[in-house]
Design a binder for this molecule. Structure first.
Ligand SMILES: [Zn+2]
Length: 242
């Protein structure tokens, strides 16, 4: 099975002359990501991988980010592995005097990060990039509770199967409304939690979870199988908490 996938992957590279990151990896071959491509090697050999359990923390007065997001028309896609909302030109996050543009956010269920060993039913990743090409991801956890009206704006258009991007011009999303009120967060150096598992990604994970109703969670789970990577070793990294 694995060998066949590998051959298909090599075949596709020969065919297209370039690595297509959309190809080959999935949550069934999660234990083999590092072997699927040279470019995915860090998934196996990396020492700063994401996700982690946020339990052994260093308390510190941390610099808080500010969010300068504006509403943008909903652009949504089911790419076979997650539901992705594209947010180019929606604004940025200011952090340590730098602007980080919000490129997209997407969903994992159950959560990838854990807090003191506790997993959550959903995690949202808001992916940012600064002018130097570095990435910063804000992680928002969600727990079962009241119906979430903001998520519902997106949920109303959840694609039922993998599909090209849909643009819904009269539905506006504002990523700012995803953030919990309480601003306590964890900060650490990690990686992309999907291939190519690139490191030097700045992670800011909010301590307080937002709510999602059981029906909303069920709606997502029905179209998206489990898409969370296992907890990775800390390897001596510090987790700061404010
Ligand atoms: Zn993610």
């Amino acid at each position: 099975m694995y060998r066949r996938e590998l051959l298909q992957f090599i075949g596709s590279q020969a065919l297209f002359g370039a690595i297509n990151p959309e190809f080959a990896w999935n949550y069934q071959n999660i234990d083999h990501w590092g072997e699927l491509s040279r470019n995915y090697r860090l998934c196996t050999t990396g020492k700063q991988q994401t996700p982690i359990d946020l339990s052994i923390v260093t308390e510190k007065e941390l610099y808080h980010p500010t969010f300068n997001y504006r509403p943008v028309p909903l652009k949504i896609r089911h790419n076979g592995r997650t539901i992705l909302v594209k947010t180019e030109k929606c604004g940025n996050m200011s952090f340590h005097g730098e602007d980080w543009d919000l490129l997209q956010f997407h969903f994992h269920h159950p959560s990838e990060h854990q807090i003191k060993g506790q997993s959550f039913p959903l995690e949202i990743h808001l992916v940012h990039r600064n002018g130097r090409g570095n990435l910063a991801v804000v992680g928002i956890l969600a727990e079962i509770g009241a119906h979430n009206p903001y998520l519902q704006t997106i949920w109303a258009y959840l694609p039922q199967e993998p599909s090209p991007e849909m643009i819904i011009p009269d539905t506006w999303v504002n990523a700012r409304l995803l953030l919990p009120e309480n601003r306590d967060f964890y900060e650490y150096r990690g990686s992309l939690s999907t291939p190519p598992c690139s490191e030097d990604v700045l992670w800011l994970v909010w301590q307080n979870a937002i709510k999602i109703s059981p029906q909303q969670l069920q709606q997502l789970a029905a179209i998206l199988p489990r898409n969370a990577r296992n907890i990775q070793p800390l390897n001596g990294r510090s987790i700061l908490h404010s």
